[in-house]
Design a protein around this ligand. Structure first.
Ligand code: HEC
Length: 245
């Protein structure tokens, strides 16, 4: 009995030591960014002090970061205000800053580290791709500011499938509506292929949903309504016959 009383706390200590030494924030060398293999959790390398004083104006919170984190992470059952798994809520600047972001230090930021390792977003929500990871990293490295005066490159006279519609779906919709995630997160509606988007364009739901028209589901679900410019692009594309152009 005495032996047991000593063995248990020692065993506990060993477990704790093991667990702590394998936290996602342990610096690792030779880490490469691998989003394809979600089972090997790669830790980003330690942050280095930046030598550049030039602000990176090509990334902007309201335009690039909020919609991305909201649609991939701030969703029902995960990190919206009601679910708030592990305290993380990805629905506004203040909640995003409350946990998991260390300004100027992307690799020390849990939000970045978990996405980098491939642990988050959890399957079937698609992992952030390299463009999205780069945006997140640069935004944090810049100081994780709440920039909202973003230059928006939306032009209602340009509404081709490849330049306007597909990228918009990718930014705001395919976290829930990808071929992989649609069954569990997107009501079985797929929006990551032309053929599947065409179905929703032709049945009127794509436009009705993004317009928040009465009687429709409001999309993006739980997120901010798309800008008028973007809704106009969708509307004009559908009016032109929703071509694969
Ligand atoms: C957070 C996850 C999520 C995001 C992001 C999201 N949706 Fe949805 N969407 C859903 C769910 C869940 C349903 C099923 C709702 C239902 O059937 O009640 C749905 C349904 C739909 C439908 C079918 C609606 C109907 O009336 O049957 C369309 C069309 C749609 N979404 C378009 C979009 C578009 C366009 C975007 C991006 C601008 C978007 N969604 C973003 C979760 C999402």
């Amino acid at each position: 009995m005495k032996k047991f009383a000593i063995a248990v706390p020692i065993f506990g200590l060993v477990i704790c030591f093991y667990a702590c030494s394998h936290s996602p924030f342990t610096p690792a060398t030779n880490a490469t960014h691998d989003t394809t293999n979600a089972t090997t959790h790669i830790t980003p390398p330690p942050d280095t002090t930046s030598t550049s004083n030039v602000a990176d104006t090509s990334v902007c919170f309201a335009r690039d970061i909020l919609p991305m984190l909201q649609s991939s992470c701030g969703i029902s059952g995960c990190h919206d205000a009601a679910s708030a798994k592990k305290g993380y809520v990805y629905t506004s600047y203040n909640t995003i800053m409350a946990y998991g972001i260390v300004a100027y230090k992307p690799n020390s930021s849990a939000t970045y580290a978990y996405c980098y390792s491939g642990k988050m977003p959890k399957s079937p929500i698609p992992k952030l791709d390299s463009t999205q990871m780069s945006l997140l990293k640069r935004w944090i490295a810049n100081g994780a500011h709440n920039d909202s005066n973003c230059a928006v490159s939306c032009d209602t006279s340009k509404y081709t499938y490849s330049n306007a519609i597909a990228p918009m779906m990718k930014s705001y919709c395919t976290s829930c509506h990808s071929t992989a995630s649609a069954a569990s997160a997107g009501g079985n509606i797929i929006l990551d292929t032309y053929a599947a988007i065409l179905v929703q364009a032709q049945n009127g739901k794509l436009l009705g949903d993004v317009q928040h028209a009465s009687g429709f589901n409001y999309m993006p679900l739980g997120g901010t309504k798309l800008s008028d410019c973007k809704i106009t692009q969708i509307s004009k594309w559908i009016a032109a016959g929703a071509p694969n152009n």
